[in-house]
Design a binder for this molecule. Structure first.
Ligand SMILES: [Zn+2]
Length: 341
């Protein structure tokens, strides 16, 4: 497996080892050609699935049903297909701090307006077609989520990010649609539009176990043409993906694209997800286990309803003020409003 940057090599080795470990404990699902391992450990009742052609694990270990995962990305960095290790997270953090130092006094001003280009990949039998109406609905979900409109009570945060649909491209290609992972570098290189500030969203069949993945802002400089978010076509509002068809796979992946880690990054260990107002969490949530507390020695219950968890769409309601701040920093440092390095 060829990685494009230095961080990826370690990630690849690590993911291979971890993936088999996950098989044993009943985790993750992926049909990606590269080993996509879970971002966090498994909830107890989590159903598992394993791709049969996984290069690291023997066949014959497939559980009955596929799990639905939102998995942070690919080749562009350690987000690639894997749990982001504490070391990789720290490296991203160092990149951010260095960049923030460079742009001090030149931070972008809110609101942060993000042009959006959606690339619909579909099959010749019509699979994967996403109507203009559903694309509009997805952009609307992003705007509502980032304005805090799904929040309950006082937890809502207006992140001041706004999304404007700039273009939609449509590509009918059976191979690209069904084997997006195998061809993603080619697809993104051919279709991507705009600069660092432009959010490119690709929709296709990502495989039964994968809802979406994203690159991080720090990856842009080394791999500009691979920058973007991929989401399973049936996760857009009105899609067929049970429990994940309200558009929050998009919300979650765009969170990564704006620099956020999962709420369960680093588990109960400091510095967690590098954000003060998201309580520590030992592992990803599945379903909507509100009230659980997997880090009892830490303050606060698990952020089960946070968009950067793995809960069902209907369970996810908000970003925090700390997450909003962190996204604004990444936007300024790597995407818009900053002198380019
Ligand atoms: Zn994720």
């Amino acid at each position: 497996m060829i990685r494009r940057n230095s961080r990826g090599g370690t990630a690849a080795l690590w993911s291979g080892l971890s993936l088999c470990a996950f098989t044993l404990t009943g985790l993750v699902a992926s049909t990606s050609p590269e080993p996509i391992s879970p971002e966090g450990s498994a909830p107890e009742n989590f159903s598992a699935s394993m791709t049969t052609n996984d290069p690291y694990c023997p066949p014959g270990t497939e559980p009955a049903s596929a799990a639905e995962r939102r998995v942070a990305d690919p080749d562009a960095g350690p987000a690639d297909n894997v749990v982001i290790t504490p070391e990789q997270a720290a490296e991203y953090e160092d990149d951010l701090q260095r960049a923030m130092e460079r742009i001090r006094g030149h931070e972008a001003a809110a609101p942060y307006t993000v042009p959006v280009v959606v690339h619909v990949i579909s099959a010749s039998d019509g699979s994967g077609e996403v109507s203009d109406g559903r694309i509009d609905d997805q952009v609307d979900v992003l705007n509502r989520a980032y304005q805090g409109e799904y929040a309950q009570g006082s937890e809502g945060t207006d992140t001041e990010f706004r999304f404007e649909l700039a273009d939609v491209t449509r590509t009918e290609n059976d191979t690209w649609f069904r084997e997006f992972g195998d061809h993603r570098d080619t697809i993104r290189a051919e279709l991507r539009q705009g600069g660092a500030e432009t959010l490119n969203i690709y929709t296709a069949d990502l495989g039964s176990g994968l809802l979406g993945f994203s690159t991080f802002p720090q990856d842009y400089a080394d791999n500009p043409e691979q920058d973007g978010v991929a989401i399973a076509h049936d996760t857009l509002p009105g899609g067929d993906r049970e429990n994940f068809n309200e558009g929050h796979t998009g919300t979650h992946e765009v969170g990564h694209w704006l620099g956020l880690f999962h709420t369960f990054q680093n588990g109960c260990e400091s510095p967690g997800d590098y954000i003060d107002d998201t309580p520590y969490e030992r592992e990803a949530a599945s379903g909507c286990p509100e009230g659980r507390d997997t880090c009892p020695e830490r303050q606060g219950e698990d952020p089960v309803t946070n968009f950067m968890n793995y809960s069902d769409d209907a369970c996810m309601t908000h970003f925090t003020q700390g997450q909003a701040q962190r996204m604004a920093e990444h936007w300024s440092a790597f995407r818009e409003g900053a002198p380019k390095a």
